[in-house]
Write a protein that binds this ligand. Structure first.
Ligand code: AMP
Ligand code: GLY
Length: 424
C-alpha cells in the first residue's frame, strides 16, 4: 500500500514510525513532515490546509490510504473530498469534525446524545453574553467556538476576567471568526485524562487511557501549550473502568452521528475531567492527541494500518487490539520561550545516543534536516518516549534518554508522570 500521512508534528512522526512497521506498506509520504519523518518516507512540500494539492498528490501517487494527523484538514473537508475520489481516508468528514471545529456544535451534540458535560450556554450576541455573566458563580469558563490553536479557552476567576475574555473574543476578535460565537460553561474541578477510540462509524475499539501535561511550567503552572508530555495508562482512568467510561462518552456520540447519517470514522478523542460526580467531557478532538499519540503507539502491538483500514471499511468488529502491558511516557523537549517567542535553527545532538536504550524512541516534531544536521524549527522540538515495566521505570528511562540530548535553549518539564505516581 501507498500511504500519505498529513501533518508535521511528533504525532505524525510516531504515526509514520508505526505505519512503517506494517507488512502491508510499500511507500510512505508525509505532507509536509519534519526531520524525523524524512527517514521513514518522503516528505512532500504541501501544507495541511491545501486540500486541492493533497487530493491531486493522492491521485497522482495512487495513494491507498490517507492518514490525517491534525484537525484543520478534517474540518476543511479533506476526508469528504478524498471519499468522493474513492481514496480511503482515516479521519472523519467535515460534519463530524465539527465536534472539534465548533465547541457550540460539540456541546449541542453532547446534550442531544446525553453525554455528561459541564452545563453551558451559547451566545452570538455580545451584550446578551455580558449580561449573562452578571449572575453566575465563579470560576466560569469562556470558550471561543472555533479553532483557536488551543488558546480559545479562558477559565475566569471572576466577572472582570470573564468580561475581558468575552470582549477579546467577540469585540476585539482576537481569534477572528472563531470568537464570533462563544460557549460559556460551568467550571469543573478534578483531574483530567485523555480517552481515545478507533471508530468505524458504528463500532469502536478503545485505546488505553493517557494523560497530557498542558501547561508550560512544572506543577501545571503558566500558559497552556500543545502539550509538554504524556503517559499511559493514567491511573485516574484504570483499565477496569474503560468499558463503562466508553459507554458514557464514546458510544452515544458514535451512535448519534450514525443515526444522523454522518458516521464517524477515525479517532474520537474524549478530553475528560474526573469530577466528584464522575467523568465529564471537556472537549472532543477528532484525531490523535499530540503528545498522547506517542506513548499510545509505543504500547500498540497490532498492525495500525490493518486497524485504520478496518475503520474506513466499517469492519472494526473483527479487530482485537493488542496492547503491551508496559507503561509508557513521552517527555516533550521544547525551545525555551515556547509557547511565546523562541529561537529556531539550533543544532540537536545526542538523539542516536538516547536511542541506544532499545526501550526508547525519540520522535521529532519541530525539526528539519539541513546539510545532514538536525536543526530545531518549532516550539515543541522532540518527544522522547520510553516503555517501562512500571510508570516509575518508564519515567526514569525517559529522563535518562532526554538528558543525553542537547540543543541551545532546550526546555523540558521535570515532572512528567508525577501525578500518576502519586495516584499509584
Ligand atoms: P478544551 O480546549 O475545551 O479542552 O479546554 C482546554 C483546557 O481548559 C482543558 O484541558 C481544561 O484544562 C480547561 N477546561 C475546559 N473546559 C473546562 C471546564 N468546563 N472546567 C474547567 N476547566 C476546563
Ligand atoms: N494534547 C492535546 C491535544 O492534542 O489536543
Amino acid at each position: 500500500m501507498n500511504i500519505l500521512i498529513v501533518g508535521s508534528g511528533g504525532r505524525e512522526h510516531s504515526l509514520a514510525w508505526k505505519i512503517k512497521q506494517s507488512p502491508l506498506v510499500n511507500s510512505i509520504y508525509i505532507a509536509p513532515g519534519n526531520g524525523g519523518t524524512s527517514y521513514l518516507g518522503e516528505n512532500v512540500a504541501i501544507e495541511v490546509d491545501d486540500i486541492p494539492a493533497l487530493i491531486n498528490f493522492a491521485k497522482d501517487k495512487k495513494i491507498d490510504l490517507v492518514v490525517v494527523g491534525p484537525e484543520l484538514p478534517l474540518v476543511l473537508g479533506l476526508s469528504d473530498a478524498l471519499t468522493r475520489e474513492n481514496i480511503p481516508c482515516f479521519g472523519p468528514g467535515s460534519y463530524a469534525a465539527q465536534l472539534e471545529g465548533s465547541k457550540a456544535f460539540s456541546k449541542f451534540l453532547m446534550a442531544e446524545a446525553e453525554v455528561p458535560t459541564a452545563n453551558f450556554k451559547v451566545f452570538e450576541d455580545y451584550s446578551q453574553a455580558l449580561e449573562y455573566l452578571k449572575n453566575q458563580p465563579y470560576p466560569l469558563v469562556v470558550k471561543a467556538d472555533g479553532l483557536a490553536a488551543g488558546k480559545g479557552v479562558i477559565v475566569a476567576g471572576n466577572i472582570e476576567e470573564a468580561s475581558e475574555a468575552l470582549h477579546d473574543m467577540m469585540v476585539k476578535q482576537v481569534f477572528g471568526k472563531a470568537g464570533e460565537t462563544v460557549v460559556i460553561e460551568e467550571a469543573l474541578q478534578g483531574e483530567e485524562a485523555s480517552f481515545l477510540a478507533f471508530c468505524d462509524g458504528h463500532d469502536y475499539v478503545i485505546l488505553p487511557s493517557s494523560q497530557d501535561h498542558k501547561r508550560i511550567g512544572e506543577n501545571d503552572t503558566g500558559p497552556n501549550t500543545g502539550g509538554m508530555g504524556a503517559y499511559s495508562p493514567a491511573p485516574v482512568l484504570p483499565q477496569e473502568k474503560y468499558e463503562e467510561t466508553a459507554e458514557l462518552v464514546i458510544k452515544p456520540i458514535i451512535q448519534h452521528l450514525e443515526e444522523m447519517g454522518r458516521p464517524f470514522k477515525g479517532i474520537l478523542y474524549a478530553g475528560l475531567m474526573f469530577t466528584d460526580d464522575g467523568p465529564k467531557v471537556l472537549e472532543y478532538n477528532v484525531r490523535f492527541g499530540d503528545p498522547e499519540c506517542q506513548p499510545l503507539l509505543m504500547r500498540l502491538e497490532s498492525d495500525i494500518v490493518e486497524i485504520m483500514m478496518a475503520c474506513v471499511d466499517g469492519k472494526l468488529s473483527r479487530i482485537n487490539l493488542s496492547i503491551k502491558p508496559e507503561n509508557s511516557v513521552c517527555i516533550v523537549m521544547a525551545a525555551d520561550g515556547y509557547p511565546a517567542k523562541y529561537e529556531k535553527g539550533n543544532e540537536i545532538h545526542g538523539i542516536e545516543d538516547a536511542e541506544t536504550d532499545t526501550q526508547v524512541k525519540v520522535f521529532q516534531a519541530g525539526t528539519k534536516i539541513e546539510d545532514g544536521k538536525i536543526l530545531t524549527s518549532g516550539g515543541r522540538v522532540l518527544g522522547v518516549t520510553a516503555l517501562g515495566s512500571n510508570l516509575e521505570q518508564a519515567i526514569d528511562r525517559c529522563y535518562k534518554a532526554a538528558d543525553k540530548i542537547d540543543f541551545a535553549d532546550k526546555y523540558l518539564r521535570r515532572d512528567i508522570g508525577q501525578k500518576g505516581l502519586r495516584k499509584n
